[in-house]
Design a protein around this ligand. Sequence first.
Ligand SMILES: O=CC(=O)O
Length: 332
Amino acid sequence: MADRSTNEEQSQSIINLPKVLLHGPPGFSSLLQPPYSLKFHILNNASLPLHHFLANHAHLCSSVAAVLCDGGYPITTDLLSLLPSLRLVVTSSAGTDHVDLEECRRRGVRVAGAGNIFSQDVADLAVALLIDVIMKISAADGCLRKRHGLSWRDFPLGSKLTGKKVGIVGLGKIGLEVAHRLEAFDCMISYNSRSKKPFVSYPFYSSVVELATNSNVLVLCCALNDQTRQMINREVMLALGKGGVIVNVARGALIDEKDLLRCWLEGEIGGAGLDVFENEPLDCEELFSLDNVVLSPHAGFSTLESYIGICQLVGRNLEAFFSNKPLISPVI
Ligand SMILES: O=CC(=O)O
């Protein structure tokens, strides 16, 4: 009897907590850990596709106050319309192209993101991919493992990073981290961004074609939106030139992948280091077959340190919002 009333009291106290719907991949619930996880009534749809979950739990979903989502899980107008009590979206990603921000604004739903948590790791990966492509590290590694006895003479010459002209597309937090790192390699930095940044002295190009014309390497660090979608097209690739290298650590759809494949096959582009793709997980045989293209599985943020950081940040954002305090990393 005592046990039953304790259980009832516990479920009663959970029911009174703000409801947070998880919208992410299997295992996503581990992002919300104690003490934060104990402060919310967490609805985990892991065992069902989201629309089935919402249909089966309509009574609970009508009072969902927050959604915690992953960058690959869209927050669409349709989803928002199924959650009439929603007041907050917390995404565990730095990018917010999967969130319909306009509709959130219209409904008065606040949005918090990953802020600066991943910027250093993503910038490190951008530099790592660039060095890998131009010094052909992964390519050599693959050959050495297949054929013993190879020496450096069996490989084509690589290229120097020192002194390269690097054009950064998007000089936000990640772009600046990339610029700082590449300055240490005596690279000449210039950039394209929505507007000229008054706090840096790097040359600014308002057109990405002009930036490409004046660069050996393009590093893509900008947000994906209607203006930037497929911005890196054949014209930009031809402007970058035959030895040019493109590194993308932002979003796959910034690049016209068909143009990239064509330019590569025609010898119009030198190489690419890609952490992101138009369709993820990557399943494009044509990209797998290209030399001088180094691929990474959208892993720019996946370090232990950043994982610990994002677990705390999502919890702190939820806690702050439901205590009527300012969001820690607001988007809107
Ligand atoms: O791509 C990863 C992110 O947006 O955080």
